[in-house]
Design a protein around this ligand. Structure first.
Ligand code: CP
Length: 305
C-alpha cells in the first residue's frame, strides 16, 4: 500500500522529510518555470477561520502546480446547517477530492479528518486551534535559511503571545528538531503556556535581556479574539514592555533579521518602523509561503493512489 503524505503537525514528520520539503520549496523559488504538474490531484481548502496568507498561498500553489482546486466557503456551505467537518470531508472525498487543506479553531480538527478520510486523501493542516501551524513554521525556517548559513548556532527569539500561538508551538518543535540550540521565548507570564517548563526553550520576561545577542526575532500577533479583555488590559504598556521598537532592535545582533507571521498589529507587538525597516523579512515570509506550500502539495500529490 502507498503511504499518503499527510502534514497534520511537525511532531510526526521525520526531520529528513522536513528537510526535503525545505529543499523542494527552495527549488521552486530558484526555478519557477520547471514545475511538475499534478492534474490527477484535486485539492479543496476548508477554512473555518479567517485567513489571507495561508488560504491564498495554497490556492496560488495549486495553480502553479496545475493542480485543480476548489475552496469551501464555510459561510455559504452546509456548515451553516450544522454539518460536521467529518461529514463535510467524507462528502468531498466521495466527489473525488484527494487533498484536503484545513484551518479550524479546534486543535484536533486535522486528526479528526485523518481518522475519517486519511486513507483516501492527504490531510494538510493550515492552522488548528492553538496547537499547530506546520506550513507557517516551515516557511519561517525557509526564510531564516535564506539569510543565515546554518540553523544550529543561531539564537532565535519568539516574542509575545506565546499562549495562544499555534505558530510558536510549531516553530519550537521544528527549530528543535532541526538542531537549533538556543530558542528563547520572550513574553509576560500571563502569555506563556502552562507547559513552558517542559519545552526546549529559555524563557525571558524581560525583553531587554531576551533580545541580547539574538540572530532572529520573531514577533507574534496579540490574539485578542482568543483571550478575555482582562488578560490584555493596556496596549500602550504592552508595547513599551514587549513591542519591538527601533530602540529595542539595537539590542539584537547587527545582522539580525526580524520576522512576523502576519497579520500584524502595528504599534502593538511591532512598530511600523521595524516592520518596514531594513532588517525585516516579513514580506519574504509571505513570498516563501507559496513555494513552501507548492512543496507540500507536490509531496502529497506524488503519494496519492
Ligand atoms: N500567518 C498566517 O497564518 O496568516 P493568515 O491567517 O492570513 O493565513
Amino acid at each position: 500500500m502507498i503511504r499518503i503524505n499527510h502534514l497534520t503537525d511537525i511532531d510526526t514528520i521525520p526531520a529528513e522529510r522536513l528537510q526535503a520539503l525545505l529543499g523542494s520549496a527552495e527549488q521552486y523559488l530558484q526555478t519557477p518555470k520547471t514545475c511538475p504538474t499534478f492534474p490527477n490531484a484535486q485539492m479543496a481548502t476548508l477554512f473555518y477561520e479567517n485567513s489571507t496568507r495561508t488560504r491564498l498561498s495554497f490556492q496560488l500553489a495549486s495553480q502553479r502546480l496545475n493542480m485543480p482546486s476548489l475552496a469551501l466557503d464555510s459561510h455559504y456551505s452546509s456548515v451553516q446547517k450544522g454539518e460536521s467537518i467529518e461529514d463535510t470531508a467524507a462528502n468531498l472525498v466521495a466527489m473525488g477530492i484527494n487533498i484536503l487543506v484545513i484551518r479550524h479553531p479546534d486543535s484536533d480538527a486535522p486528526q479528526r479528518l485523518l481518522d475519517v478520510v486519511g486513507k483516501q486523501a492527504a490531510i494538510i493542516n493550515a492552522g488548528s486551534g492553538t496547537a499547530s501551524h506546520p506550513t507557517q513554521a516551515l516557511l519561517d525556517v525557509l526564510t531564516i535559511l535564506q539569510h543565515k548559513r546554518s540553523l544550529e548556532a543561531l539564537t532565535i527569539a519568539i516574542i509575545g503571545d506565546i499562549l495562544h500561538s499555534r505558530v510558536a508551538r510549531s516553530q519550537i518543535v521544528l527549530l528543535h528538531k532541526l538542531g537549533v540550540q538556543s530558542i528563547r521565548l520572550i513574553a509576560p507570564n500571563a502569555l506563556l503556556p502552562a507547559e513552558v517548563a517542559s519545552l526546549p526553550v529559555d524563557v525571558y520576561t524581560d525583553m531587554t535581556k531576551g533580545l541580547q545577542q539574538t540572530d532572529v526575532a520573531i514577533c507574534l500577533r496579540i490574539q485578542k479574539e482568543r483571550m478575555p479583555p482582562s488578560l490584555f488590559p493596556d496596549v500602550q504598556a504592552y508595547r513599551e514592555q514587549f513591542g519591538l521598537t527601533p530602540e529595542k532592535c539595537q539590542l539584537l545582533k547587527p545582522d539580525a533579521i526580524i520576522m512576523h507571521p502576519g497579520p500584524m498589529n502595528r504599534g502593538v507587538e511591532i512598530d511600523s518602523a521595524v516592520a518596514d525597516g531594513a532588517q525585516s523579512v516579513i514580506l519574504e515570509q509571505a513570498r516563501n509561503g507559496v513555494a513552501l506550500r507548492m512543496a507540500v502539495l507536490a509531496s502529497a500529490a506524488e503519494h496519492l493512489h
